[in-house]
Design a protein around this ligand. Structure first.
Ligand code: NAD
Length: 465
């Protein structure tokens, strides 16, 4: 049942295709320009490899290091048979992919998704390697996924699926090997079932084998807010470097889930004005932007959103919010754009809609900007804080959770957040200094730091000469 790929074969890459459509009449004019709405399919692993190749060239890496780092070291593709509540057996396909563990045990989430692919997991495991390296935590990159839709599974079926995942991978996860965490459509309960299965098999208590556990069951205080706060710690660093007071700035945010909410909260605490947030509406099957020119009240919006990060349209209207199209967040006259929802949102096709006032893009989501848009952003003189630095607060706090679990001694929320602020600020300052020193786009500077750290590690270990 377990198929282990030690040598990666690039067999399933699909060529990216590109087509453009235009919005229906009446929706397509903003600032006097027609808005092209792109439907672009980007292969995430091809993106990850293209980004790596570019920086490998800049760093002049040798051929052996390039060959090693542009693909995952190990891939597990396996099936999990699950006894369903109706007595039948359903077989689920799963992946766990370790991109690189030269700097420490692999770290990365497990996603439940009906459209999960090996290439998505490959890309995400690669980005985890760079993310851990750029914030200088002693971990490598991994990611997992199970092709399933948890909406259609009972709690019991989900529990058996989680236990089956760990049973199959038992020898390949562990506090010193590979440490999973929650990701898309997985949560603390899934992590506890996985932890319990691992501990039954191991015959002991190993809380550091998995992170994202509920507080009181090995989870860390501060984890909920860590990613969103981390985004703003990096933004604070940039504003300071540019001599801009946060209180004189305004922002527009895509998304109002976990990351966006806590980023909005901390940014507002610093005195910044959130002009609008956008989110998905499941009933209408479309996104909306909620705008208040005088500034959104984040507590008020949190009070009318559901657990999926969707704001109630009628309640928002009653509170005086303008309800705009889902893509309106991108074209606001603000200083800062914070995409905190989805990948591939800022593309060359929509780039002209970004206001000339925008000075900063904080990539709170994973992969919100397509690689072909980087040059446009750079040429426009917009500072971009790249995703794998900007949203690294989550994995940094997961690392703290693992450390606390391994010690069996837990820190206060203040201690966790102090350590988080220190780590994120230091990582941002290092990236900013290199970018200023060498005139580099910040994404390239961050990649150079991260890739060099991993390249040094594989060399020091003697994996490449
Ligand atoms: P979430 O599920 O809590 O929230 C997602 C938000 O995006 C929701 O408000 C949803 O309504 C909104 N959304 C979905 N489709 C949209 C659309 N078309 N237009 C506008 N809004 C839309 O997710 P999250 O945990 O906040 O994660 C957001 C992003 O940050 C993802 O890219 C995720 O991979 C990344 N990220 C999250 C963490 C973390 O710790 N949660 C860590 C690192 C990176």
């Amino acid at each position: 049942m377990l198929r282990v790929h030690f040598i990666f074969k690039k067999t399933s890459l699909k060529t990216a295709f590109f087509k453009q459509e235009f919005c229906p009449a009446g929706q397509n004019i903003r600032k006097g320009r027609p808005i092209k709405m792109p439907t672009v399919s980007y292969n995430p692993f091809e993106n990850a490899q293209a980004q790596f190749d570019k920086v490998a060239e800049q760093l002049n890496l040798d051929a052996g290091t390039r060959a090693l780092l542009r693909q995952p070291m190990k891939e597990y593709h396996f099936t999990i048979p699950v006894k369903m509540d109706d007595g039948t057996t359903q077989v689920f396909k799963a992946f766990r992919i370790k991109h690189n563990d030269a700097r420490g045990p692999a770290k990365g989430g497990i996603r439940f998704h009906p459209h999960e692919t090996a290439d998505t997991v490959r890309a995400l495991s690669t980005w985890m390697t760079w993310k851990c390296a750029v914030v200088d935590i002693p971990l490598g990159g991994g990611k997992g996924g199970i092709i399933c839709d948890p909406h259609n599974l009972s709690a019991g079926e989900q529990e058996r699926l989680c236990r089956g995942f760990i049973r199959t991978l038992f020898s390949q996860v562990g506090p010193n090997i590979d440490v999973p965490a929650p990701d898309v459509m997985t949560n603390g309960q899934h992590m506890l079932w996985m932890l319990d299965e691992y501990e039954v098999l191991a015959g002991g208590r190993y809380p550091g084998v998995i992170t994202g556990k509920p507080v009181g069951m090995g989870g860390s205080l501060g984890r909920t807010e860590a990613t969103g706060y981390g985004v703003i710690y990096t933004l604070e660093g940039l504003l300071k470097a540019r001599g801009i007071a946060p209180g004189n700035t305004s922002a527009s945010i895509q998304g109002f889930g976990n990351v966006a909410e806590y980023a909005a909260r901390m940014y507002s605490e610093l005195g910044g004005k959130v002009i609008c947030v956008s989110c998905w509406n499941q009933a209408d099957k479309k996104a909306y932007t909620f705008k208040k020119a005088a500034g959104c009240d984040i507590d008020e919006l949190v009070g009318i959103k559901d657990s999926f990060g969707s704001i109630d349209v009628e309640k928002a209207r009653a509170l005086g919010y303008e309800i705009l199209d889902g893509d309106a967040w991108l074209s606001q006259d603000v200083d800062i754009l914070i995409p905190a929802a989805l990948e591939n949102q800022i593309t060359p096709a929509v780039f002209p809609n970004i206001s000339k006032k925008v000075k900063i893009i904080c990539e709170a989501a994973n992969g919100p900007t397509t690689p072909d848009c980087d040059q446009l952003i750079k040429d426009a003189g917009i500072d971009l804080i790249p995703d794998f630095l900007c949203n690294a607060g989550g994995v940094t706090c997961s690392y703290f959770e693992q450390v606390q679990c391994n010690m069996n001694y837990f820190w206060s929320r203040e201690e966790v957040l102090d350590k988080l602020r220190f780590a994120m600020t230091k990582a941002f300052d290092d990236v900013y200094a290199l970018s200023a020193d060498k005139g580099l786009y910040m994404r390239d500077a961050a990649y150079q730091i991260a890739i060099k750290r991993v390249a040094d590690a594989v060399k020091l270990r003697g994996w490449v000469s």
